[in-house]
Design a protein around this ligand. Structure first.
Ligand code: SF4
Ligand code: FES
Length: 252
């Protein structure tokens, strides 16, 4: 396997803390392998900064394999960068050209305040999830085995697709209204499609939408940028389903 290396100019958002005013700063990096992931490239920069006695750039990451939803960068104006159906940790440097200038910013949304540098606070998603993104199960010893309840294959597949949402927030960062509808609708759909989720369906959708509004996320105006930038391919169909669920719940 050939190993092409590249030299890059990074323009990175630096912000000391939530209260400070941030600004873009410029960092050159050299000898970056095209096989590195984007986060590995940032590791190289941070090692360089530490050697120079400077403060490394803070960025969120955990699994580094597209599962946890922690990595959250806006790269050259796109959430998770220029590739499709990948998170930032799965983005490879071969997507960039030698000599390129890359702009790296945190996700921007009122509901995701910047904590430091490229790290944003996405606990708003946790609070929405806590408001209703669960099923209550009787654990008294008389619990029915989930496999004993028949579920049509198509419904099971669609519920599974909705459940692949990793809560990364790219949908919010890509939306001109900073709407969280794709995320919330995925979480509503994964339950509403299954018999186990129908018991609390009305309460769930009402409470999750209420919390979404309280967190300061905007409304959906059907632009579809969220679906394009979502690393898990969550479909806009989920938003339509959530709107139907919400209407049904409001009329009862
Ligand atoms: S819907 Fe997609 S973009 Fe939004 S949080 Fe879930 S996985 Fe991320
Ligand atoms: S670090 Fe877990 S999805 Fe990127």
């Amino acid at each position: 396997m050939s190993d092409k290396t590249m030299n890059l100019t990074l323009k990175i958002w630096r912000q000391k803390d939530a209260k400070s005013k941030g600004k873009m700063e410029t960092y050159p990096v050299t000898g970056i392998s095209e096989h590195m992931s984007f986060l590995e490239m940032l590791d190289v920069l941070n090692e360089q900064l530490v050697v120079e006695g400077k403060e490394p750039v803070e960025f969120d990451h955990d699994c580094r394999e597209g599962i946890c939803g922690m990595c959250s960068l806006h790269i050259n104006g796109e959430a998770h960068g220029p590739d499709r159906r990948v998170t930032t940790c799965q983005l490879h440097m071969r997507m960039f050209k030698d000599g390129e200038t890359i702009y790296i910013e945190p996700f921007r949304a009122k509901g995701f305040p910047v904590v430091k540098d490229l790290v944003v606070d996405r606990s708003a998603f946790d609070r929405i999830q806590h408001a209703g993104g669960f099923v209550s199960v009787n654990t008294s010893g008389n619990t029915i085995d989930a496999n004993a309840i028949p579920v049509p294959k198509d419904d099971a597949d669609e519920a599974f697709n909705a459940a692949t949402c990793i809560g990364c927030g790219a949908c919010v960062a890509s939306c001109k209204n900073a709407s969280a509808m794709l995320f919330v609708s995925a979480k509503v759909s994964q339950f509403s499609l299954l018999p186990q989720g129908k018991v609390e369906a009305k309460d769930r959708v009402m409470k999750m939408v209420k919390q979404m509004d309280l967190e300061g996320f905007g409304n959906c105006t059907n632009t579809g940028a969220c679906e394009v930038e979502c690393p898990k391919g969550i479909s806009l169909d989920n938003i339509a389903r959530m709107n139907r669920e919400y209407l049904k719940a409001s009329l009862k």
